[in-house]
Design a protein around this ligand. Sequence first.
Ligand SMILES: [Fe+2]
Ligand SMILES: [Fe+2]
Length: 332
Amino acid sequence: MNSEKRIIDLNLGDKVNRIFYIKETEFRLRRDGRTIDGFLKISDGTGEIEAIYWDMPPSKVKQLEKMQFAQIDGQASRKRKDGELQINIKSITEGQKSLLQLEDFIPSTPFDIAELMEKIDGKISSIKNQYLRSLLLSFFQDPILRGIFRIAPAAKKLHQAYQGGLAEHTLNVAEICEKICELYPQINRDFLISTALLHDIGKLEEYQFEGVIEYTDKGKLIGHVVMGAEMVDAKIKMIKGFPEDLAIMFKHTILSHHGKLEFGSPKLPSILPAVALYYADDTDAKLNGLIGLKEQNKNIDKKWSEWVWWLERSFYLAEQDILDPNREELTD
Ligand SMILES: [Fe+2]
Ligand SMILES: [Fe+2]
């Protein structure tokens, strides 16, 4: 019996009978005007999956809308549309929240968050420019901001969309920037690493992430790029003697880190480190997003992914077999 299987380990036909966290619910009425199908997005600490409650009792709708944790009895099947795994629900009842830890049901970074924070702190103490170091400390030594940063996701969907994802992404971007500085000593390391560590700080206010990752109203209306620059501006004003021109360069680099107007940056990167930060950020976001896509598709027997909206193409998923140095050579 595989009823305790985690989402990441599910295979076609596996039965599940355990508690999941309900992230989303949607109810669709069929054309007959009577039959209701429930489409749920459920998660455990290893991932998320769609679960469908075909022809559900109408009396369950209200109950399900309010349910946070559910005991689900069901079986893994494939979606006809794209072959992805889903769970067909046989029965669903409320899971006892008092017995559960939210952290066990919400995906979180595979890395040790304390270690990630330690590495970020190490980067901060390596910054020689006193103004930049003070600015970084004003964020990372603030117990409330630090607490939120530790659990914040890097995104809602695209990359590192789990607890601790922001710390992981921030450190990755800073590490890519370190390499860039080694190759291009013309770029000021103190400045690039400092902007890397704060580039997505606006995400602390862009999302609410107790349980489900959701945009806040402010996040939807303003977005983390501008919110981050505002947060940095507020902290800079508290640092005595912070040079005005350095503040402008810093805010420019935060504001332009998405690289293009259509990606939410009100200004294009117009100084050397801002261009470097844009590429470093894009590198980690895209590679992490694609690695996640391959992971999601690993149990699906198909060579091409579905259309990936954020890259406007499908991805070939099976290059590993071709690139494997130990592959069996084809013989006639
Ligand atoms: Fe960003
Ligand atoms: Fe980023």
